[in-house]
Design a protein around this ligand. Structure first.
Ligand code: SAH
Ligand code: SF4
Length: 443
């Protein structure tokens, strides 16, 4: 989980209780021995438009109750039928039988960065574990008038799937493998839980990013439904500009988003500009290689007029050399694009380390030199295990040492082979210099 640097001293991780009744379970009970089936009752927050309006009259209730119920879900953030206090008890009961008021069964909240980061492990009705991370950014840069240059922000990073099939070797979610797609309500209830937790402090959610567990573009229908609900003024009313969807490069999904028009900010997890290395770092690259992903992202920027973000996790000695910086500059120069460099969060089972701050600064300077916009991001919540999927991976238990050793060995072998094939520094640099004059304006 990453965001721009923000003030605040990191502190040792501390666990805080969340609101009853969402926090009842002790950590060890979060892992279900035999996984129950998903609760078949639809989740209230994800109901398609009109469902409640037709359910109410067919259950002998006036249609105006729909607004009351919607407000209870989105303004009072109710988690159980008992909390629907403005409704007659018979209606509360029948609603509870037909729908799930909350699709999240239990939360476990871990606080880090001196209270600025809150990581939540959510348990779903079938025992699946997913994560969200709430990051607080206090106002800063106060002017003489007393108004801040940068207003206070509260960003929530949410999951779109339980686990992930893509299997990036630096990612704890990739290590877990694919569980299942989340329902629309399961996506939205992560947001409702965060909003509910912030309410007593008069804090309001300002941004939502799909950078938690899972590949959002492989669960795109539900992600789009969730974004539409978030934007709806009768619900959260979060402007599309305050939503970021990150993808490892599902080209048909990117193209579909382009057809739909500007909905939110698109982020591409690139991590390598050359196919041989990206094949290892983001295995989906074997299906949709770098050129196809960037072409789709470029079209998206052109058609929607919205700048595309490229995420680039910095891994020491793997994708952080001058050749990588040059290849990246070559690839993106002149595009309506911005690169975010993210130091790799340490993840169990990965043999790699984050690049040093000095290397990241040099890499950024080299990319900037060719006119490509670049920001260095600070990792949030490392002491809370805030790399994507890390808490759930920890809960899944430690695999046998031999399995871990085999996995590390295979990652090293594959990446070394990729690097051998691609490490012809002179060829890359000279081809770049031939087409790129430093300090020229973007095309
Ligand atoms: N699957 C989507 C969205 C979820 S991952 C995607 O890959 O874009 C969100 C971001 O977290 C991605 O950019 C991913 O590369 C990054 N990430 C995963 N593991 C990380 C780690 N160990 N350190 C830093 N960033 C990581
Ligand atoms: Fe999946 Fe994204 Fe993790 Fe890769 S980085 S395994 S795509 S969640």
């Amino acid at each position: 989980m990453t965001e721009q640097s923000a003030p605040g001293e990191p502190s040792a991780g501390a666990t805080s209780p969340t609101l009853a009744p969402m926090s009842a379970l002790a950590p060890t009970t979060l892992v279900a021995a035999v996984r129950p089936a998903i609760d078949p009752r639809p989740g209230m927050s994800g109901l398609p438009e009109g469902v409640l309006e037709s359910w109410l009259p067919s259950n002998g209730q006036p249609a105006y109750r729909a607004k009351q119920i919607r407000d209870a879900i989105w303004r009072q953030h109710v988690a159980s039928p008992e909390e629907l206090r403005s409704l007659p008890s018979a209606l509360r009961e029948s609603l509870g039988q037909a729908f799930r008021i909350d699709t999240i069964v239990a939360d476990e909240v871990t606080v880090a960065d001196g209270g600025l980061t809150e990581k939540t492990l959510h348990r779903l009705s079938d025992g699946a574990l997913i994560e969200s991370v709430l990051m607080h950014y206090p106002a800063r840069g106060f002017r003489a008038s007393g108004r801040p240059e940068h207003r206070e922000r509260h960003t929530l990073c949410i999951s779109s799937q339980a686990g992930c099939a893509v299997g990036c070797p630096f990612c704890a979610t990739g290590e877990l493998g694919f569980g299942r797609d989340l329902e629309t309500a399961e996506i939205l209830d992560q947001v409702r839980h965060a909003v509910r937790r912030m309410a007593p402090d008069q804090r309001h959610l300002t941004n939502v990013v799909f950078m938690g567990m899972g590949e959002p573009l492989l669960n795109l229908d539900r992600v789009l439904e969730a974004v539409a609900r978030l934007a709806d003024a009768r619900r959260l009313g979060l402007g599309a500009r305050h939503v970021v969807v990150s993808t490892s490069g599902v080209v048909p999904g990117i193209r579909r988003l382009t057809q739909l028009g500007p909905q939110f900010t698109l982020a591409i997890s690139l991590h390598a500009a050359r196919d041989a290395l990206r094949d290892v770092l983001v295995p989906l690259n074997r299906r949709w290689p770098v050129a196809e992903v960037v072409a789709a992202a470029r079209d998206h920027a052109r058609v929607t007029g919205r700048r595309v973000s490229y995420e680039y996790v910095m891994i020491s000695g793997v994708n952080d050399t001058d050749i990588d910086a040059d290849a990246l500059s070559h690839l993106l120069r002149g595009d309506l694009a911005h690169v975010n460099l993210i130091p790799m969060n340490p993840v169990a089972h990965t043999p790699w380390q984050a690049s040093s701050p000095e290397r990241i600064a040099e890499f950024a300077a080299r990319v900037r030199h060719y006119g490509v916009g670049v920001t260095i991001r600070a990792n949030r919540g490392q002491d809370a295990g805030a790399a994507c999927g890390q808490l759930a991976a920890d809960r899944a238990g430690e695999p046998p040492a031999a399995t871990v050793a085999r996995r590390r060995e295979s990652i090293v072998r594959q990446s070394e082979a990729a690097l051998r094939g691609e490490r012809n520094h002179d060829a890359v640099s000279s081809s770049l210099e031939a087409v790129v004059a430093p300090h020229t304006e973007p095309r």
